[in-house]
Design a protein around this ligand. Structure first.
Ligand code: CMC
Length: 428
């Protein structure tokens, strides 16, 4: 990074010159890394909402214009023309694969999709109502024990990445089958990524799963929409853990845990629960809108608002359109879709949401699509995790290969007692 300009910071009578870092798109940055050494001061930015934690060339979000690009490609084009497997390659390797590269990458994913039989027994130890996100994060951490070489520096990163992408899909499907008390279905070498996943989820000894091309196309699109989103909470968690030198699988397990929260990836489950409760309570969307506006009520309109988008989330546009085509194709009439459409209209007419620029985000309509495919509500955040995985891997790789990588260790502004006199309690 060569600084191009300087920014002057006036602190009382003293002036400090801070170098600026130029971006290729989006905000430029002010490098404050030497501020403490030169002034004794630290900066304060709760939630790091105005802090760049790294330089990155993986994805770009323009929140005002509603733009999302992976490696410079518009999300709309990738979703329309690519498979999830191609986009995973793009994010991790930096370029779209040619036919041969795609073939090799797909073969690698197929080859590594089984999980160790000893790991299979882990599923039996969870209670039947265990949340699949807790299983997923534990299983991904466990993978590091089955492939210990990754802890000593990885000679073949592509294989390690492919192994993780392939196995996470298998783990997700196995956890669903176990929750149903059904025998697991093993991955099939002849099926591509998304079809293979749905087959593992829904094929059974009593009823064969019938692959519907429109469902496969929609699943590819959904996973592409989830695949990366700059320095969001879970990706930052991955990069933070990676900064200590932790291996890929341990770092990704941290990302899965961060994603689980309802303000992040857990919002897709929360949206379906919110829509279901509106339905159960007679379908009045206005009651929910009033609750979301009430500052004495912690309730928020789930699937609405975004830390970066202050316009319509481009991913939500695509999922909304997909609802229009996929549900009729599958002959699915989901009353939750009608409630969602009504809720969106009511919110977008309300000054509270207009003034704060709160629009539907990626999680508002995605759950309805997953439901139409038969995926249960408690698996929705797992679907987000499967989609986000290539992004996390790409960020782990970028971070660990960067010559600027340092252990992440933010400062604080201490507001506790300065020094207290210690008086021992009488322990006799
Ligand atoms: N319902 C009601 N009010 C909201 C909502 C909402 N969903 N989102 C933001 N606000 C209000 C918030 O109360 C605040 O009001 P005020 O200015 O009066 O204090 C204002 O809008 C700004 O909100 P904020 O909390 O500063 O916004 P943020 O950028 O910190 O939060 C968010 C972003 C996504 C956490 C938040 O919008 C939210 O909680 N949304 C619901 C959960 C959700 O759908 N999360 C999924 C996000 S997209 C998937 C992903 O990438 O994670």
């Amino acid at each position: 990074m060569t600084p191009t300009r300087l920014v002057k910071l006036q602190i009382d009578a003293n002036q400090v010159a801070l170098p600026m870092i130029k971006s290729t798109a989006g905000a430029d940055g002010i490098d404050i890394s030497k501020l403490k050494a030169s002034t004794g001061l630290v900066t304060m930015d709760p939630g790091f909402a105005n802090t760049g934690s790294c330089v990155s060339s993986i994805s770009l979000v323009d929140g005002d214009k509603g733009i999302l690009r992976y490696r410079g490609y518009d999300i709309e084009e990738l979703a329309a023309h690519c498979s999830f497997v191609e986009v995973a390659y793009l994010l991790i390797r930096g370029n779209l694969p040619n036919q041969q590269e795609l073939h090799t990458w797909s073969e690698r994913l197929n080859k590594h999709s089984l999980i160790h039989e000893d790991m299979k027994s882990f599923f039996n130890r969870y209670p039947p109502n265990a949340h699949p996100m807790s299983i997923l994060s534990a299983m991904v951490t466990s993978l590091a024990s089955f492939y210990p070489h990754i802890m000593q520096g990885d000679p073949n990163f592509d294989t390690t990445a492919a192994r993780l992408i392939a196995k996470v899909r298998t783990i997700a499907a196995f956890s669903y089958k176990k929750s149903q008390g059904d025998p697991v279905v093993y991955p099939r070498q002849d099926l591509p990524y998304c079809a293979n996943f749905l087959n593992m989820m829904f094929d059974s000894p009593v009823k064969s799963y019938v692959i519907v091309p429109e469902v496969i196309a929609a699943l590819n699109q959904l996973l592409i929409l989830h695949a990366d989103h700059e320095q969001n909470c879970s990706t930052s968690a991955v990069r933070l853990v990676a900064s200590s030198g932790a291996n890929l699988y341990a770092s990704i397990a941290a990302g899965i845990s961060a994603l689980w929260g309802p303000l992040h990836g857990g919002a897709n489950q929360a949206v379906i629960e919110m829509l279901t409760s509106i339905q159960t309570n007679g379908g009045d969307v206005h009651h929910v809108i009033e609750r979301a506006k009430d500052k004495t009520d912690p309730f928020r309109l789930m699937g609405f608002g975004h830390a970066v988008y202050k316009s319509y989330d481009p991913r939500a546009k695509i999922t909304k359109q997909l609802c229009d085509t996929l549900l009729p194709k599958l002959n699915v009439h989901d009353p939750l879709l009608e409630i969602a459409l009504e809720l969106e209209q009511a919110a977008l007419r309300d000054d509270y949401f207009v003034e704060r620029k709160l629009y539907p985000n990626v999680d508002f309509y995605s759950g309805i699509l997953y439901r139409a495919m038969g995926i249960p509500t408690n698996m929705l955040t797992v679907m987000f995790a499967i989609g986000r995985l290539p992004g996390w891997i790409a960020h782990w790789k970028e971070a660990t290969e960067s010559k600027d990588q340092k252990i992440w260790r933010p400062r604080q502004i201490y507001i506790g007692p300065t020094r207290q006199k210690f008086v021992a309690i009488d322990k006799r």
